[in-house]
Write a new protein. Structure first.
Length: 123
């Protein structure tokens, strides 16, 4: 039987990360008055009529949205996680991340470290 803390972790992960990312993507896809870069990119891809282009665009953005909300849940203390470094140090990501993990992800990490396609909406 799982410890209650593991079950709570799963609940927070699903509600604060998965559900939030789905809601965010739904807004981007269905809100006709959205002017965000993602909504515009999705509308353009959808209007192109090319299902492969649309799928490729949505996949990358949904992945990035989900990771963003994972990091935001850590930033906001919903998921109080620690990182164990190779030299044995334990770093509390909520405290040491300065509430900026999600911002660093969207603003720098994806463009700097990804080997896959991404959309740079910051520049």
């Amino acid at each position: 039987m799982l410890k209650k803390e593991i079950i709570e972790f799963g609940k927070v992960l699903v509600q604060q990360v998965r559900d939030t990312a789905i809601k965010s993507c739904d807004v981007q896809l269905y809100a006709t008055n959205m002017r965000s870069p993602i909504a515009k990119r999705w509308q353009d891809a959808k209007n192109s009529g090319n299902i492969d282009e649309f799928g490729a665009t949505v996949i990358q953005d949904c992945v990035d949205d989900t990771i963003f909300y994972l990091l935001e849940a850590i930033d906001n203390g919903f998921l109080n996680l620690s990182l164990n470094t190779p030299d044995g140090e334990t770093i509390n990501l909520t405290a040491e991340g300065l509430g900026e993990l999600s911002g660093w992800y969207a603003g720098e990490w994806v463009s700097k470290y990804s080997n896959e396609r991404f959309s740079n909406d910051i520049s």
